[in-house]
Every structure is written in C-alpha cells, then in structure tokens.
Write a protein that binds this ligand. Structure first.
Ligand code: HEC
Length: 152
C-alpha cells in the first residue's frame, strides 16, 4: 500500500485536473449565475412572484431573434426598469446592471449557461465573445424598449 500511495495520489491529481478542465467554463458560469443573478431570480430561476420575474423558455425564444439577443445582453449590462408583464404577472421593478464589469467571454458563457439551464427545450445559437462585444457597442438608452413584443 505504501508503495502504491504516490501512484494513487498522482492518478487522483490527473483525474481531478481533467475534470476541472472539462467543466471549468460551466463551473465559472454556475458561480457567476449564483453571484450575479441567483440572489434575485433564485438558483432555480423561478424568481419571486410580482418581485423578480422567472427566467424560463421565453428567453430561448428571444435568443432566436436579433432584437431579443440584443435585449438579453443589454438587460444584464445596462439593467432595466419599468413595468413588464411576464406570464400574465406584472413586474414594476428595477434590475441593476449586474454584468457591467464582466468581460465579453465570461458574459457569453454566462448567458449560454442561463439559456441552457432555463430554456433547455429551445434550440439556440450560443453567444460568442465577439457578438457580445458587438452588442455592447450598440447604444440603447432604455433597455425596455428592446423587449420583444410577441412574448409573454
Ligand atoms: C437585484 C436583483 C436582480 C439581479 C441580481 C438580477 N436581476 Fe434580472 N431582473 C430583476 C428585476 C426586478 C427585473 C424586472 C425589471 C422590471 O420590472 O423592469 C429583472 C428582469 C430580468 C429579465 C427580463 C425579463 C423580461 O421578461 O423581460 C431578464 C432576462 C433577467 N432579469 C435576467 C437576469 C440575469 C441573467 C441576471 C444575472 C446576470 C439578473 N437578471 C440579475 C432583478 C434582478
């Protein structure tokens, strides 16, 4: 056993680092979600009725439209306020620009994570860092004006 110990340790380290590299972006995105979004929209994305809207499949529908993709990026980088109706419930809250400091690459990973986790049934083109950069350079004064109409 004694002679085997270094071997076991080595194998454990190799295995651990493989696991870490395979899921590193996902681990980072989970952490970013919990820290930046989960405090309000909750870890399961269900939100709080009338206070924090749920994150659900409508996000996936938006991610399949140009203005919807812009909307999702602008919400998290510029924040939003004003009344919205989600699943026939009214929300008149204020969301701060929580991801303002995030670089394009981790922000792409975070939004892709949100879409995959809360709108798994919708097939979506993943965001890339380059797309995030392009959208961030678009000047939008009121995020809410971008909210796609045909949504709940
Ligand atoms: C401090 C609380 C808070 C945090 C943190 C927060 N949000 Fe929000 N979010 C809100 C509120 C409140 C609204 C509704 C704003 C309104 O009524 O205009 C909202 C709205 C949204 C909407 C738009 C819903 C719709 O139907 O138009 C999306 C999408 C969203 N948040 C995603 C996120 C994501 C992703 C994160 C993390 C990167 C996040 N939010 C972090 C409070 C928060």
């Amino acid at each position: 056993m004694r002679r085997l110990l270094p071997l076991i340790l080595f194998a454990t380290i190799v295995a651990a680092s493989c696991i870490a590299s395979a899921t590193e972006p996902e681990i980072a995105a989970t952490g970013d979600y919990q820290k930046l979004c989960g405090v309000c929209h909750l870890p399961d994305g269900k939100g709080i009725p009338g206070v924090f809207p749920p994150l659900n499949e409508r996000l996936g529908h938006w991610a399949n439209k140009e203005d919807g993709r812009t909307y999702l990026v602008k919400i998290v980088t510029q924040g939003m306020s004003g009344t919205i109706i989600v699943d026939r419930q009214k929300f008149s809250g204020y969301m701060p620009a929580v991801a303002m400091q995030l670089d394009p690459a981790p922000l792409a990973v975070l939004l892709n994570y949100v879409l995959l986790k809360f709108a798994p049934e919708i097939d979506v083109e993943p965001y890339t860092a380059r797309e995030i950069e392009r959208i961030r350079s678009i000047v939008v004064r009121n995020t809410r004006d971008l909210r796609p109409q045909a949504s709940s």
